[in-house]
Structures are given as C-alpha cells and as structure tokens.
Design a protein around this ligand. Structure first.
Ligand code: XMP
Length: 513
C-alpha cells in the first residue's frame, strides 16, 4: 500500500475535495465511513487521519461520531470544521453554538510557528461555514489561528498529535488552503509525496481483481467518451480476457465516431470489443417524436434494451464496469447511516438501471474529470480521445430539433464535422468546453447561384464551462464564424443559413433540448 491519509466522511459536501487536494500533493488518500473501527484503521497503518466537516452539530441527537480510540492511535489527526468540534469534544471540551456565526470569506491570522502553518503568510482569507465553536475549559488546546469572531479559528492539542481548523482548507477560496494541507500531510504526517496516478492504476487494478475474483467476467459499456475508455483500460489490466466491451452505435453519434472507437480499441480488445449496430432501432423508436423529454426517454429505454440483449450474449458476466465520476455520486449515505457505508450513485441518460442485475465496478467514482484526463494520458489513450469534448448520451438527437430522421441526422452530422474541424484548426477545440451545431426545424429562403433555396437553419453553439453546471458563450473570432458558416452553407445540402447562439447558462442550457 502507498503512504495513505484516511479521510473519515462525516457528511461534508467537501469530503471529496479534501481527498483531491491531498492527492494533488502526491499523497494517496482514501475516504472511509466515519463508523470505521479504530482496529481497522490501525491495521491499515495510515500516515494521518482527516476528519471531514459535516452539517450536524456535535450536540445534536444522533450526530455522526467516530470511535474515540481513533484519537489514541498516535497517528496525526486533522479535524476540519465539524471534525475539529467532534475531536475536541471527544478529547474533553465542550461544543456550543457560537455567539456569532461565520459563513464565507473571512480574514484570518495564523501562528506561523505552528507546524500546520509553517511558511505561510501571517494573514489571509479563509472560507468559513460554521455556527458552533469549542469551549476549551480545561485548556488542553492552544489557539493557532484567529479571526475577528473566532479566537480559536484553529487549534493544536498540547499533548496529542491533534490539529483542528474551523475553516475549510480544501476549498479554492481559502487562499493558503493547499499549503496548510501540504504542511499536514508532508510536514506533520511525514508523507514523502511520491504517489502518482500510475500507483492509482495499480491500486484500482488490484481492487478490481479482489472484487471480481479469479473467474468473474466483466462487461464494460464503451460510449466513445474518455470516462468509459479509461475504465475499460483499467479493467482490462485487471482481468484481461474476462472483459468484454460493448459499444452501441445508436446512429446518433458524430461523424467518424464509430471508426475512431474501433481504431482505438480493436487492436487491443480484438473480438472482445462488440459493436452493436442499432441505428435503425433507435430511429424507429424516435419516429414522429419531437418533444425533448420524450426523445430522451425513448433513447434511454432503447439503449437499455439493446445493451441488455448484447450483455446476455456474454456468458457468465456478473459485473458491469461503468465510468461513474465523483460529480455523478450525489449522496453519501455514510455520514448518518449505519455501519455499512453506501455510496448512492445516479446515472444520467445512457446509464443502466440496477434491475439489470449486475454488480457494479466503478474505479473512477472518487475522481474528477481532469484527474481522469491525466489518467487517460498515463494509460496511453490516443490524444484525440483524451481531449474530446463532452458529448451527451442522447447524442445528436437533442441537437436535431423536431423529428429525428436519417436524412436530417446526416445533414447535422456533416455540419457538426465542419464545426469540429474548423475549431480544431483555430486551436479552440481543446480550450473550450463544447462547440457544436444544432439543426433547427425552421426553413428560410436563400439564394445560391441564381437559384432560390428553401432549407433549414443551423445554429452554432460554443460554450465555456468548468463543470457544465454554468456556462458562458465563447467570443469566437468573427473570421472563424465566417469560415464555419460559409463552409456549412456551401458544403452541406439542406442548410442555407447559420446563426450563432449568444445565450449563457443560466438562463439557457448548453444543449438546445
Ligand atoms: P445542459 O444542456 O443541461 O447540459 O446545460 C450540461 C452538460 O451536460 C451534457 N448533457 C448530457 N450528458 N447525457 C449526458 O451524458 C445527457 O442526457 C445530457 N444532457 C446534457 C451537455 O452536453 C453539457 O455538457
């Protein structure tokens, strides 16, 4: 095992961020439920323990707690917000509602003689989110940071390796948060910081082998995107011949997408890559459907039916590998739940329901998108796949407004290919979140040569975003718009007018449907 920091999840929305920040310091971290036994922690020999924040008050009935023996292991502990209050209470202090609550941006002063704040600037902004505070009646703790309303914005126990911060060092708004966590994991816990993504792959490979056993067979649904591609490569390392990948060609993909998936995976997987050509089935299902939500539902149901049939052809497969990422993991039930920690996952359109009866293998469930991109590079995925912009599960159908028919899909795919090509040439494709064409069910009059035309309108959409939740339209150079527009109108029969979408999200969404 690599040098490990264990993060006990007490229900904070930031628990994953703590794990990520620690990994950024090249130290392996793992999130475990707060109900973990001290004996189990001892057996795992972590270099340090972090107690996350959480929404409860330690004096609430049934508030999440930890086994007190965890604080007696001699392993350094850092409590963050609720984690600080819980640790302090277990070590004999009282926690009560603070006279003044602190939320958001707060000026903080640090005692830089303390190892936790070594080499920091003495004053900087921290991000607070708390209504309780510790009353250290016995004087066991030494204050090592203060704000205008918190004389003990951070504390250090006088005799034990216990540190606590009332603020959140893991969030980007805490200016020196990264350095504080680095001081904890490297300086105080003594981690060397020699862990890297290659180690992550090895570790997940071993975990998958343990989960799947000697004989288990695994199915992986490839989508053409980076997440499922990375999952397939990791599972392949773990179980080799016992992995079968299924790629459903739903006829709603971008131009050249089936070929690029074949090119990337056929050499490696041979006939373990099964491409299911189901375009006609999807089109049939979409016949006459124009309402956006119904389109998504029909596509989702058809996908499940097609995938199920394909999976039945893989004898003895009991496991399904999926590219679930942390943003898909919406709720940790561990914080307030019983001793068995469950991570509840949700899957957007294109995901598969539990009724299919597979046991899930989800090696990326604690990772963020940029970490997956880094993994993809380490695994040697082709650069074009690594840089690929997100593409929605229902594919071109939600960009083909009105009825989805084979001829209209061909028109849209051709226009979209021009957008991709020109944005790539302009060096924009990798720098922005998404750029694509939308086909509108609106005909307008035009003139080409001496001929009157009466064809559909194409909208261009290019947006920048961190996570798809909010987005702004990209100020694309006019010259690029001009080239794209004139190529589409000249080269794509069926479109005679191009518009550019200048709506941010909110109020618009990124996709038009
Ligand atoms: P919206 O349109 O909601 O899109 O602003 C936000 C991001 O999510 C992608 N998207 C989807 N991805 N299945 C997916 O896998 C879907 O059903 C889906 N709908 C939207 C969209 O491309 C954008 O990046």
């Amino acid at each position: 095992m690599p040098e490990t920091i264990l993060i006990l999840d007490l229900g904070s929305q930031y628990t994953q961020l703590i794990a990520r920040r620690v990994r950024e310091k090249n130290v392996y971290s793992e999130i475990v439920p707060h109900t973990i036994k001290a004996s189990e922690v001892r057996a795992r020999s972590p270099k340090g323990i972090i107690l996350s924040g959480g929404p409860a008050s330690v004096y609430d009935h049934g508030a999440p707690t930890i086994e007190k023996g965890l604080l007696d292991l001699g392993v350094p502990v850092l409590g963050i917000c609720y984690g600080l209050q819980l640790g302090a209470e277990l070590l004999g202090s009282k926690v009560a509602a603070a006279p003044e609550r602190e939320f958001g941006r707060t000026e903080c002063s640090f005692d830089t003689s303390c190892d936790l704040f070594k080499s920091l600037k003495e004053h900087s902004v921290v991000w607070m989110s708390h209504g309780d505070r510790v009353d250290d009646l016995k004087g066991d703790f030494r204050a090592i940071a203060r704000t205008a309303s918190s004389p003990q914005a951070a504390v250090q126990h006088r005799t034990r390796p216990f540190f606590g911060v009332q603020f959140h060092p893991e969030v980007a708004h805490t200016e020196q948060g990264g350095s504080i966590l680095e001081n904890f994991v490297r300086g105080i816990c003594g981690c060397k910081g020699d862990w890297n993504l290659g180690d992550f792959i090895d570790l997940e490979t071993r975990k998958i082998r343990d989960q799947v056993g000697e004989k288990g067979r695994v199915i992986c649904g490839l989508s053409g995107g980076i997440d499922s591609a990375v999952v397939a490569l990791i599972v392949d390392r773990a179980v080799g011949e016992r992995l079968v990948c299924i790629f459903v060609d739903n006829g709603l993909l971008r131009q050249g997408e089936v070929a690029s998936v074949e090119a990337a995976f056929r050499p490696r997987f041979g006939n373990r890559l099964r491409v299911v050509s189901a375009a006609e089935r999807f089109l049939e299902r979409l016949r006459g459907v124009t309402e956006p939500e119904r389109k998504r539902r029909e596509i989702g149901h058809e996908f499940i039916a097609v995938f199920k049939e394909a999976a039945q052809g893989v004898e003895g497969a009991r496991f399904l590998a999926q590219g679930t990422l942390y943003p898909d993991v919406i709720e940790s039930l561990a914080a307030h739940g019983g001793p068995t920690a469950t991570i509840k996952t949700h899957h957007n359109v294109g995901g598969l329901p539990a009724e299919l009866g597979f046991e899930l293998v989800e090696p990326l469930r604690f990772l963020f998108k940029d970490e997956v991109r880094a993994l993809a590079k380490t695994l040697g995925l082709p650069p074009a796949l690594v840089r690929r912009q997100p593409f929605p599960g229902p594919g071109l159908a939600v960009r083909c407004l009105g009825e989805v028919t084979a001829p209209r899909l061909r028109v849209l795919a051709a226009a979209d290919a021009i957008v991709q090509e020109e944005f790539e040439k302009a060096g924009l494709l990798e720098r922005i979140w998404q750029s694509f064409a939308v086909l509108l069910p609106v005909k307008t009059v035009g003139v080409m040569g001496d001929q009157r035309t009466y064809e559909e309108v194409c909208a261009l959409r290019a947006v920048d975003s961190q996570d798809g939740m909010t987005a702004d339209w990209v100020r694309v150079p006019y010259d690029l718009l001009q080239v794209v527009a004139s190529r589409i109108v000249n080269e794509v029969r069926g479109i005679n007018r191009v518009c550019y979408d200048v709506t941010s999200k909110p109020p618009g969404t990124i996709e038009w449907e």
